[in-house]
Design a protein around this ligand. Structure first.
Ligand code: SAM
Ligand code: SF4
Length: 484
């Protein structure tokens, strides 16, 4: 059929070859299992040494991470939670970057057993936004105060790279009053190097592909057909993206498909292999979605690998300690209580006010038959911003790094040195101020204004502080988009 021909055209296995060693990928299941086994009873002293290494912002080695994963001492876990927060604040400051997911198309040729959008699911209303519908969605999001999007697509010839590129262009060019989308990230199917070049040209931010599970055998069972059945095409998708010059890439694993410790080791192996091939530049972000119920998707109830909230917090903490420089994304799959509990161990980004039904923002309706899965946190952006402010955290809508070319190795340089708060905290303050002036409710303003004063006072560099104060005055007088 036409779809099968299309699949044969898309996959170019030769583009992965140079990244493999003796024909093997960077995922060595035997090595991961042996390392986890060798570190099954870590000593207190060893855990403390690893925590100290992470606090000095060194990326951990697999042996270190395996030891942390196997820790059973709750007091040591408390030390790790505290360390997670300190690392995050050293590298990123007391700010949380916020974005909205925007689902564009749910046609899909694949049959991932856990996903509501899988081809064989007849209970899903299939829909793809045309450019007018897309503009409506963007306007609705801009009017709420959003500046950053992650646009999400099923894998299908109708949402090929040219369609994705066109939707990105529409997103950047749709302005409403003072507002506009300033960064578009994408979560879509793996592309070839040639196709990534097309996305680079239209100014894509981060390109995300989640491996779902790093275990090749489990992967095969859960992805029985379609393009996604090819484990290696997906495993090297972000190597190819970086080769094409997209220097911010986002990795992830879907927790609940297989053993959580194995997946954390897989994420670390992925990080190390990207660093190895791209001058020390690892993933820009790591995501750790947990499996959620989806319409007519019995797999989700049946899997025995689901993890509880406590384990979830632990795995996020181990990732924070293992890769201190990377951004960590906690989505609205998680309910508000889990999010409030896990954010302090080192989260840098959340989505807020999310609606994942296709066309759902303009319709202002929850429509489960158009959704990939069911969200846990249905707070509005305004409520989420207020709750973060009450936790002492500024919501940042900043997109300056990306627009000044501070991405990839340059960003890593800043982030690894722990200096980014000299740029990022001021930019967080400035974008937060814009949000409070243009979009926030009275209640949120009341919670947010004192934070601006507090963070301004905490800026270590006097010149930076003076310039931030000057910019704040200009923003109050009506200027917008001032940044460092
Ligand atoms: N279709 C593309 C793909 O699979 O790469 C991109 C978008 S897919 C809609 C985004 C992610 O949602 C997947 O990578 C997967 O990790 C996650 N996902 C799928 N089903 C899920 C479920 N039932 N609960 C939570 N997350 C899910
Ligand atoms: Fe399609 Fe992605 Fe869902 Fe798999 S996870 S069925 S590829 S939308």
């Amino acid at each position: 059929t036409a779809v099968q021909e299309w699949i044969a055209q898309v996959i170019k296995p030769e583009q992965n070859e140079k990244y493999k060693v003796d024909g093997n990928t960077f995922i060595d299941t035997a090595y991961i299992n042996e390392t986890l086994l060798a570190k099954r009873q870590p000593e207190k002293q060893e855990i403390r040494e690893i925590i100290a290494k992470a606090l000095d912002l060194y990326r951990l080695e697999p042996e270190d991470t395996a030891a942390l994963l196997n820790c059973t001492d709750e007091d040591l876990w408390d030390e790790m939670y505290t360390a997670g927060l300190r690392i995050k604040e050293k590298v990123y400051g007391r700010r949380i970057v916020t974005f909205a997911p925007l689902y564009i198309s749910n046609f899909c040729v694949n049959n991932c057993v856990y996903c509501g959008y899988r081809k064989s699911n007849e209970h899903i209303d299939r829909q793809q936004l045309n450019m007018d519908e897309l503009r409506k969605e963007i306007k609705t999001l801009v009017n709420k105060g959003h500046k950053r999007l992650i646009m999400v697509y099923g894998e299908h010839p109708c949402s090929d790279v040219d369609y994705i590129a066109e939707t990105i262009k529409v997103a950047y060019s749709t302005k409403v009053g003072n507002g506009e989308i300033r960064r578009v990230n994408v979560n879509a199917a793996p592309e070839s190097i040639e196709d990534y070049h097309k996305l680079k040209e239209v100014g894509i931010g981060t390109f995300q592909v989640f491996q779902e599970t790093y275990h090749p055998g489990v992967y095969k069972r859960l992805h029985p057909s379609g393009l996604k059945a090819n484990y290696e095409w997906r495993l090297y998708s972000l190597h190819r993206a970086m080769e094409a010059g997209i220097d911010d890439v986002g990795i992830g694993a879907l927790f609940g498909l297989y053993d959580w410790k194995f997946e954390v080791m897989g994420l670390l192996a992925h990080t190390i292999d990207l660093e190895k091939h791209f001058n020390g530049v690892g993933p820009h972000t790591i995501s750790f979605p947990r499996l959620e119920p989806a319409v007519n998707t019995p797999f989700v109830e049946k899997t025995s690998y689901k993890i509880d909230d406590d384990t979830f917090k632990k795995l996020v903490t181990v990732l924070r300690l293992s890769v201190p420089y990377t951004g960590m994304i906690l989505t609205a799959r998680e309910n508000a209580a889990v999010r409030q509990n896990v954010i302090p161990v080192g989260i840098t980004q959340i989505d807020a006010g999310s609606n994942i039904g296709i066309g759902g923002y303009a319709r202002e309706a929850l429509d489960y038959n158009r959704q990939q899965f069911i969200l846990g946190d249905n707070r509005s952006l305004d409520e989420a911003v207020r709750d973060l402010a009450l936790m002492g955290r500024i919501t940042s809508f900043c997109t300056a790094d990306y627009r000044c070319g501070r991405t990839g190795s340059c960003f890593m340089g800043f982030a690894k040195e722990g200096k980014i708060h000299n740029l990022c905290m001021p930019n967080a303050i400035l974008t937060f101020k814009e949000y409070l002036l243009d979009y926030a409710s009275e209640e949120t303003k009341k919670a947010g204004e004192p934070l601006i004063e507090q963070e301004l006072a905490a800026l270590p560099n006097q010149a930076v502080k003076a310039r931030t104060e000057e910019y704040l005055k200009r923003i109050e007088a009506g200027e917008r988009d001032l940044f460092f």
